[in-house]
Design a protein around this ligand. Structure first.
Ligand code: IPD
Length: 264
């Protein structure tokens, strides 16, 4: 078995267990643990508990690997592999009882800096939706037994998704970005979960997705799903602090890139 498939199996197994824990804690009732960058940027006790479970399972299975998690930070390793983990992507949905949240786990070759890594394996498990998306580099992207493929025909306009950062000071800029893309859009969705947006691009349920200011754990797993489904993902330095992530099938990616890829 290739390293990519081996890492993919481990990511999948742990994402399943972690997803069950997140779902159980949601049914028990959610407790806020803290706010982070702004008052809207929350962390629940479940985020921390789920990340601790994932980290413990990875430490036991592959103690030489590095780790980068949304809640517990970074730990360096010696194997050259780093795990990039969002224990609950879509935390606000989770807190409000909306089902669009997921456990997102990626194994990358390289450091925890997205510019330096190559993603090798990914699992995005959305337990309240009953969906598990997986990918291993060179082996395709999958939803269960179904192989995923991005869309190619967007003659009726592109079904796009985006997200907005937690900082109210960035909302105007994000809305201006939306105005820029609407001429090529059939419609726009905002799910509240970057990893699911990317999984949906991979699955052909969206034609494209863009968002500024994502953190590595928001897109590490989802980006590999898109690439393994035949799509493209790129990041652009459009302003000093919030890189723009653009994803889609090759044609939509090119059209989004032309509209959003330049510095403003
Ligand atoms: C957030 C979600 C959201 C996106 C934000 C992310 P979190 O991740 O992916 O859709 O718009 O930029 O931070 O905080 O729920 O893990």
């Amino acid at each position: 078995m290739t390293l990519e498939l081996e890492l993919g199996e481990l990511a999948t197994e742990i994402a399943k267990e972690a997803g069950e824990l997140a779902l159980r804690r949601r049914r028990d009732g959610v407790h806020l643990a803290a706010t982070k960058s702004t008052i809207a940027d929350i962390v629940t006790e479940a985020d921390r508990e789920v990340e601790a479970l994932i980290r413990a399972r990875l430490d036991a299975a592959r103690p030489e690997d590095g780790f980068l998690g949304e809640e517990s930070g970074a730990g360096s390793g010696t194997s050259g592999i780093t795990w990039v983990v969002d224990p609950i992507d879509g935390t606000v949905n989770y807190a409000y009882g909306m089902p669009a949240y997921n456990v997102s786990i990626a194994a990358v070759r390289g450091s925890s800096e997205p510019e330096s890594w190559e993603a090798l394996a990914a699992a995005v498990n959305a337990p309240a939706l009953g969906e598990l998306f997986t990918a291993a580099r060179g082996h395709g992207a999958w939803a269960g037994e179904t192989r995923l493929a991005v869309t190619s025909d967007t003659s009726a306009g592109a079904l796009l998704a985006t997200g907005f950062g937690y900082d109210p000071a960035t909302h105007d800029g994000d809305l201006a970005t939306v105005r820029l893309v609407m001429p090529i859009a059939r419609d726009l969705r905002r799910s509240g979960s970057a990893a699911l947006d990317l999984a949906y691009v991979a699955a052909g349920r969206l034609d494209g997705y863009f968002e500024r200011g994502l953190k590595p754990w928001d897109f590490a797993a989802g980006a590999l799903l898109v690439e393994e489904a035949g799509g493209l993902v790129s990041r652009h330095d459009v302003d000093s602090t919030r890189p723009m992530l653009i994803s889609g099938g090759p044609e939509v990616h090119a059209r989004l890139l032309a509209l959003l890829g330049e510095k403003r």
